[in-house]
Design a protein around this ligand. Structure first.
Ligand SMILES: Nc1ncnc2c1ncn2[C@@H]1O[C@H](COP(=O)(O)OP(=O)(O)OP(=O)(O)O)[C@@H](O)[C@H]1O
Length: 270
């Protein structure tokens, strides 16, 4: 009897599934006849820190507003943790931090942080147990002891830290930050950058962070998303392979400056 030789072909191993915080597929945004964003295809990995750079008016804020369901896509798809942006908003999957802290001036720091919980309760939304309390969040952002301070008694950096604590109070899986430190002096910005990296590590939240500063984008980001203007399109996603945890001293390194130089050149052609 002849032995029949069988060729056993192993099934190709499927690539591991990436857990995505957000996925944009050919998404465009229009304001009337003006196209602000065109054909954006971008996957945002869960737990990663993305910074967004690009020339003024290229659509960085529009991208965050699209992801956060503040404006609709004219075409294409956007999903957040596999949900529509509306479902994700209703499920409080994400929170927004703006350049201006937008605190309510008549409420203390603590009361401002508690606000989303109060609004949630008034709408019958239960915030899951195990969350850090508003007091603990103020401690996390370095404001222990300032719980009763009113916004006008706090510095700009402190107000922004209250805004970050407030954004974290519903335990969002995705944090959208639109130039949150843009109005602060350099030293305060450095300190808040380090603090934000600590918070990111501790909470595991995915962060999408818009900035005008190349150095800030490289310092914070694991990936830098570069947009180009007219119309706003994706230019490149640059992996930043710097050792973690990041330290201010790294900014003097050749590697850090090489990334900054590369992004500066890229920005000039956007
Ligand atoms: N509500 C709106 N109506 C009409 N045009 C808008 C609206 N919002 C934004 N735009 C336009 O869309 C484009 C992108 O704006 P966006 O604010 O997203 O840019 P950006 O990259 O964040 O800008 P910057 O870096 O200056 O903050 C700009 O040309 C802006 O004028």
């Amino acid at each position: 009897m002849l032995a029949v030789e069988q060729t056993i072909q192993a099934d190709p191993v499927p690539p591991p599934q990436r857990d995505l915080a957000a996925s944009l597929q050919g998404a465009s945004v229009r304001f009337g006849r003006f196209t602000a964003l065109e054909d954006i295809t971008l996957d945002i990995d869960c737990g990663a820190f993305y910074t967004i750079l690009g020339p003024s008016g290229c659509g960085k804020s529009t991208l965050l507003r699209l992801v956060s369901d503040l404006i609709p896509a004219a075409s294409g798809d956007v999903s957040i943790f596999g949900k529509t942006t509306e479902q994700a908003r209703l499920a409080r999957e994400f929170a927004f931090v703006f350049q201006d802290a937008t605190l309510l001036p008549w409420r203390s720091a603590l009361k401002n942080v508690e606000l989303p919980l109060e609004i949630g309760r008034s709408r019958g939304i239960d915030i899951p147990a195990g969350n850090r309390s508003p007091r603990e969040l103020l401690e996390l952002v370095g404001l222990k002891g300032r719980e009763d301070a009113m916004p006008h008694e706090l510095s700009g950096g402190m107000r922004q830290r209250v805004a970050i604590a407030r954004a974290l109070v519903c335990q969002p899986k995705l944090l959208l930050m639109d130039e949150p430190f843009g109005a602060l002096d350099e030293m305060t910005r450095d300190r808040l950058n380090l603090q934000l990296l600590d918070i990111w590590r501790e909470t595991g939240t995915t962060i999408l962070f818009v900035t005008h500063s190349i150095a800030e984008a490289v310092f914070l980001g694991e990936k830098v998303v570069m947009l180009r203007a007219h119309p706003g399109r994706l230019r490149e996603v640059v992996d930043i392979d710097l050792p973690a945890p990041r330290t201010i001293k790294q900014r003097d390194s050749q590697e850090f400056n090489r990334y900054c130089g590369y992004l500066r050149d890229l920005l000039e052609t956007c």
